[in-house]
Design a protein. Sequence first.
Length: 212
Amino acid sequence: MKINRTIDTVDVHTNGRPFRLVTRGLPKFAGTTLAERRAWLERNADHWRRALFLAPRGYAGLAGGFLTEPESESANLGMIYVDADGYFERNDDGVIALATVAVALGWVERSAPETRVGIDLPGRVVEAFVKWDGDHAGTVRLGSAQARAVAHRSYAHAAHAAAGATRDGKQPRHAAAPAWTALPETAGRARICGFSNWIIDESDPFAYGCVL
């Protein structure tokens, strides 16, 4: 067997919903902004998404993100959302997952009782605040200002929040209609499931994924 490449991932769940972070092993994505990098990835290197999110390494419904350098000064990390079907704009679970991993593994400077993590996404930067007790990363909250900034791009998520749901089941203080003058704060909890080191053996006909 010839190993052509190894790729590291961290698998996380947010209240049971799986999320896979691709952390190491891929070539650097071309582009200055996250939007440019996502476009380059989709046009030139989509085989990496297929390899890690389709069978045999992934499965239908698996969502995740490619870790990349931030583009803004206020961000610690950058992430490009992907899943088994392609690329998408918005996923609160993914922000909660990445923020949790960043604090739990010490990727950012940690402070108690709460640590801020800035995350660049294509077209926006978001802030997550992770509870930190010195040993464990806890509940993650995403502020309403961040939710307002993306409301026009993700009506479905905002409508779900306006109906009264948050990731940890808390009733929001404000439930606004689509004027979006005040949106609820989203909160949730993620936990690390495991660390994987995947190999790419190009003699394997399914090295870059398949649909079962």
